[in-house]
Design a protein around this ligand. Sequence first.
Ligand code: ATP
Length: 617
Amino acid sequence: MSPPPSSQTSSSSPLSGFFGVFRYSRRALGLVWETSRWMMLGLALCTLVAGVLPAVAAWVGQLIVDGVVSAMEAHQAATDPNLLASITPVLTLVGIEAVIIGFIALAQRGLAAQQSLLRALLGQKVNVMILEKAGQLSLSQFEDSELYDQLTRARREASTRPLALVNKTFGLLQNAISLGSFAVLLVQFSPWALLILVAGALPVFISEAKFSGDAFRLFRWRSPQTRMQIYLETVLAREDSIKEVKLFGLEGLFLKRYRDIFTQLFAEDRRLTLRRESWGFLLGLLGTLTFYAAYAWVVIETIAGVLTLGQMTMYLMVFKQGQAALSASLTAISGMYEDNLYLSNLYEYLEQPVESENGTLTQGVLPGDGLRFEHVSFSYPGGADVLHDISLHLCPGQSLALVGENGSGKTTLIKLLTRLYHPTQGRILLDGSDLRDWSTQALRERTGVIFQDFVRYQLQVGENLGVGDTYAFNDQERWQNAARHGMADAFITNMASGYQTQLGRWFKNGQELSGGQWQKIALSRAYMRENADILVLDEPTAAMDAAAEAEIFARFREHSRDKMAILISHRFSTVRSADLILVIDQGHIIERGTHEELLATAGRYAKLFQLQAAGYK
Ligand SMILES: Nc1ncnc2c1ncn2[C@@H]1O[C@H](COP(=O)(O)OP(=O)(O)OP(=O)(O)O)[C@@H](O)[C@H]1O
């Protein structure tokens, strides 16, 4: 397996790869600026102090050594030596050096404190940005695996990457300032010394740029495998899947797959790491060689009397620290590739175009006309048509039942009706106006839906109902009303803390419900929308006992007397009383009529009904 020849963010040469590192630094800095200006300024100040002061300390160090040498000479030569007078200037310099070192320590502490606070603030800010964006994405965008991948990666590293990039950018800046100030000192010795320092580090620098580019591409290219690993972790360690994993004995199988992916990824990592470190070592030797060449040069010049002892000490220190600053910069740069990768992923995700829902209608042009599908066809992105030429009309006060085999397109029809997707052909009208022209808010208020795969929120029971209408999220009276309609009231009041009982197993004292009880909760949730005149129940009673089911439908009919009710069910006992029954087969409406009419035509419906009725005999 070899990485693809080119990828969107890949770099064509080590040099362009190197400059690519800085692409997102500006944006990361912008993020920090928005998060806290004061801390950003504080970071800049501390960086400056921590960058400049080491050179100043080296320079004061030189003054101390030279001061000591001349004080020793003066002291020995004096006829009436005064120790205090000899040591005072040197001790003053030692004091100044101590103060400088104190300031460096203060600047470093300041950096650490601000970084730690910014990490928390920035993590929260980026997480909120990611989640806000998630709220704007359409369902089809969510179902796009590439986008989902971006979202997952963005969330996993939200709290660390932006700050890491900022820290490294500042670190680089700090080292650049240090190097600049060392250069000022070094140039006084010889411009050649400066050149030697840079030339010694250059080969490592270029090899780092190349290998970081390789790591960058590898990371991005292998993301499907990483996603599979994340998925396997979820399946193996989540309470909602562990039951089946245990019963089917899947632990070994899935763990093997998990390990295999790791082994494969690790082999690639190892290859890259070994190459990177071997080259790093060989080229790093060049740096060491130049350092000792310069060392020898400085020593010779000192013995020859061109340099003082203090200058020798200073130049050696400057050389050593200069090399350390250079190698720290290299490390920062290679780390920045990875941070850059994260931020490119984050911004690609944040910049995903969102479909603008610019409808504004709160009322249709023909109030009371109800719902119309006009020659509606639909295919999921990249797929074939799953609904073909669907036309129907549903008036207020009427009920519609959808019947059909698994995968025939019933739920898809509901997704179109609730505008989670738009038809690829034809149009859907509510009260004479195209659904696209309706305001999202108005549409939401008019529809109460329960899907087969409703959500089991790990919240309190009451809140599980409240989510059905955010305006009444905490309204206890409305909870109770809805629960009575959905037949959940009886078992909720029997629970230890009634409507305040925590549901699910994720939190302390959480209580788990049976499948049927959950379904009653979901049903009650749909009833929270009191003003909704379109009620959609997709398999609402599959997990309920027969008595509950009969009662649920009696109540549903009562509740939806003047509304439009749409029901999907595989149970004919619940379907038969609908005003209109549509039989859907592979996305086509193949039969339509009332129960009696459909029986009389003796078609698919009649056959399926008799099949089911025979089962009960
Ligand atoms: N998100 C999706 N992306 C792509 N194809 C999908 C998606 N959801 C469903 N499909 C496909 O669309 C077709 C219709 O699915 P749909 O869920 O509407 O069937 P259904 O009639 O509700 O089935 P069931 O009775 O099993 O609930 C199926 O072939 C399914 O594979």
